[in-house]
Ligand binder design. Structure first.
Ligand code: URA
Length: 209
């Protein structure tokens, strides 16, 4: 599939997701479905936990305080949101920001995998425990895994998986912020040089329409 075809498929998936009712409770309490946003042909993808109140209102991932920190960390390695694709383990806000439940994670995982297969990133950074455990299919926690890249097959794609602490965890803990910053500094070298014949990057702010 060409980059244009993958982007069109992503738009079809977005329309499907907008009316998803697989999780009855979340479908009844959400304001919006937060599908994900950014460059539809990104080499670098981030997978967070779940939308919070701000994300639920705006329909975009990481637009609150943790999102501002994510923007800052990206800019420190010379990247912006337009360079990456950001999504969450769950597309709907758990009421009261409770933890995602196993059944909800399972319900949303088909969307998550399809988005990975359509964007085709080289590197996926999981932010925090939920995304890390899901994409590694293993209960090992983020404290043991952060900052260590792993080669993985996810869906039909070979990727470098790079577990990171969730930015929300670093908001009020300076030592954690320094660890996250040091781990972020390892991202550029994980991104392979673009191949000479690579198609031009098509940019798409999916959350914006
Ligand atoms: N935390 C997340 O995990 N995702 C968001 O989109 C916002 C905060």
């Amino acid at each position: 599939m060409t980059a244009d075809e993958r982007r069109e498929e992503l738009k079809v998936l977005l329309q499907e997701a907008r009316t998803c009712t697989r999780c009855a409770q979340l479908a009844s309490t959400r304001a919006t479905v937060v599908f994900g946003a950014g460059n539809a042909d990104a080499d670098l993808m981030f997978v967070g936990e779940a939308p919070g109140a701000n994300e639920d209102k705006q329909g975009l991932p990481f637009v609150g305080q943790a999102g501002r920190l994510l923007d800052q960390l990206l800019s420190e390695i010379g990247l912006s949101r337009a360079d990456v694709f950001i999504q969450n383990t769950l597309m709907c806000r758990p009421p009261g920001n409770r933890d995602p439940q196993p059944g909800e994670i399972q319900n949303c995982s088909a969307y998550l995998l399809r988005k990975i297969e359509l964007v085709r990133p080289q590197v996926i950074c999981t932010l925090g425990n939920f995304a890390t455990k899901l994409l590694r299919d293993d209960p090992t926690g983020i404290t043991r895994l952060h900052g260590r890249p792993e080669e993985r097959r996810i869906g039909n794609l070979d990727v470098t998986l790079y577990p990171l602490f969730h930015p929300a965890a670093a908001l009020y803990t300076p030592a954690m912020l320094e660890t996250l910053r040091a781990d972020f500094a390892g991202i550029p070298e994980l991104l392979r040089e673009p191949e000479a014949e690579a198609e031009p990057v098509a940019e798409l702010q999916l959350g914006l329409f």
